[in-house]
Design a protein around this ligand. Sequence first.
Ligand code: 3PG
Ligand code: MG
Length: 403
Amino acid sequence: MMARFKTLDDIEVHGKRVLLRADLNVPVKDGAVTDATRIERLAPTIEALVANGAKVIVMSHFGRPKGRPDPVFSLRPLIGPLEKAIGGQKVAFAADCIGEEAKRVVAALHPGQVALLENLRFHPGEEANSPEFAQALAELGDIYVDDAFSAAHRAHASIAALAQLLPAAAGKLMEAELDALTAAFETPKRPVLALIGGAKVSTKLDLLKFLIGKVDMLAIGGAMANTLLLAEGKEVGRSLCEHDMTETARQILELAGARSCRLILPEDAVVAPELASGSVTREVAIDGVPQDAMILDIGPKTVAHIGAALEEARTLVWNGPLGAFETPPFDRATTAVAKKVSELTRSGNLLSVAGGGDTAAALVTAGVLDQLSYVSTAGGAYLEWLEGRELPGVAALMAAADR
Ligand code: 3PG
Ligand code: MG
C-alpha cells in the first residue's frame, strides 16, 4: 500500500498565501497555446483554492531557458489562457518569481485572488534544487500545494526543496494522477495488459524490463517492435529500427519468457515504400516484409490479437502509438485499438490508463481522449512512473505528510 500524501481537504487555506506549483509547460506556437489541456486540468485546483479564500500564487517553469531570463520563455503569454481557464478571473503577474517584485505582487493579493509568477527556470537555483532559491520562494507563501505531476520527475527547488520548508499538500490534478496510477499499477485488477509503442527500444528499455516483471501481457507496436522482430531474426526491410539494440532486444524477449509475461508482437504489418501520406500500402505477414519496404503500422491480424487481449484484460496501461499515426493511413491500427479500449472502458470491463509523449495526441486523433478511465497530462513523469522509479515530487509530498 502506497504511503499517503495530504490533499486540499487536509489544509486550511482561508486568508493564507498558497504557493501552487503548476506545470504550465504547454505547447505554444506564435504566442498562442496550441494545447491547453494542462491549463484546463489545473483550473479546478485554483478554483477550489479561490473558493476557500486562499491567496493563490501560481508558479511554473516554461521551456528550458538555462537559468537566466529570456523573453522567449516568459510566462506572460500564459496569463490570458489561465484567466480563461478559471472562468475569466483576473490573474496578476510578477515579472520575477522571487525578490521585491514577487513580494510586491503577493502583498497586493486579497483572499480569493490569483497571481502568476514569472518562469522559475529564469533562476539557476530552480534546476539546481538550491535551498537558498527554495527559501526565497518560501518567503512568498504560507502553504505549498503541488499540482505538477507532469514535472514530478524533476528534483528541482520548487518541487523538492520547497516542499520541506512549508506545510505541503497535493492539488486535485496531482491527486487524480496518483490515484489513477495507483489503481492501475499498485493494486490492479488482473490480468493487466501493457500496450507500448513509439519509435525506440533504447528510450524504453527500463520501462520494458520493469513491465515484464509486473504485468501479465505486454503488447508492443510502433517502430520499437521492429527492433524486437530483428532480434527474432525477421526481415524488416528499410523499417526504422535500432540495429545496435538487437542484443538488448533479445534479452527482453528472454526475460519475458522467464517471467511468463505473455508477449504480443506484430504478426502482420502495413508496409509502404516510404513514410508519406498517400503512398501505396500493402498488408503483409510479418515473415513477408519486402526488403525495399518500411513497416509503418501493425496489421489487422495483430490489431485483432490485441483486441482479444484487451477483452481478457481488466486493466490496461498504455504508452505510445502503434504506428506512424501522424501520417494517415498509418494511424489506422492505433485508432482501431483506441476505439476498442474506449468501448471496453465504457462498458465497465476495463480500467484504462494512458499517458506519455505522443499518446494523448494519438487518442485525440482517434477521438477517444475523454473515453478512457484516465489520461495523464505527463510525458516524462508518466514514463518514469512506468519504469518503477521514485518521482522526487511525489516523494516530497509523502515526506511532508509524515512530518
Ligand atoms: C514536461 O513537459 O514534460 C514537463 O513540464 C517537464 O519539462 P522538462 O522536460 O523541460 O523538465
Ligand atoms: Mg519533457
